[in-house]
Design a protein. Structure first.
Length: 125
């Protein structure tokens, strides 16, 4: 059974806007591919709030969160935070795909293929 998480809480509005306006270079590059329903016709949102968390990218139709992880995510404490966040999102029916920032530069098409592969798995009749 899934919890009901509030989507885009108003208390996060300024923080979400700030994150959009100061996106990392990897987020900006991936967003060029995701915006405008370019990937499989699915609409993605960036810096979308779910409960207490702000997701890098979110596709409501697929219940899919895309997270880009930089160097800071290599620290032990951050791994624990990421695991807690993933459990929370999974508990709300949201699947999380994580990619390191370097993959955006080295193989952005591979990221797109992983998203499409996930979408195909969700659309099993």
């Amino acid at each position: 059974m899934y919890k009901t998480a509030k989507s885009n809480p108003t208390t996060q509005k300024d923080q979400r806007r700030d994150l959009r306006n100061h996106a990392t270079s990897a987020e900006a590059v991936l967003w060029r591919y995701l915006k405008g329903s370019q990937v499989g016709g699915y609409k993605f949102r960036r810096q979308h709030g779910i409960g207490p968390y702000i997701l890098d990218f979110y596709c409501p139709a697929l219940q899919l969160c895309i997270e880009l992880d930089g160097e800071v995510h290599n620290h032990y404490g951050e791994h624990l935070h990421d695991e807690t966040r993933t459990r929370y999102l999974n508990g709300n029916g949201i699947h999380v795909l994580r990619f390191e920032n370097i993959l955006v530069w080295q193989n952005v098409e591979g990221i797109i293929q992983e998203i499409l592969k996930f979408a195909d798995s969700r659309n099993i009749l």
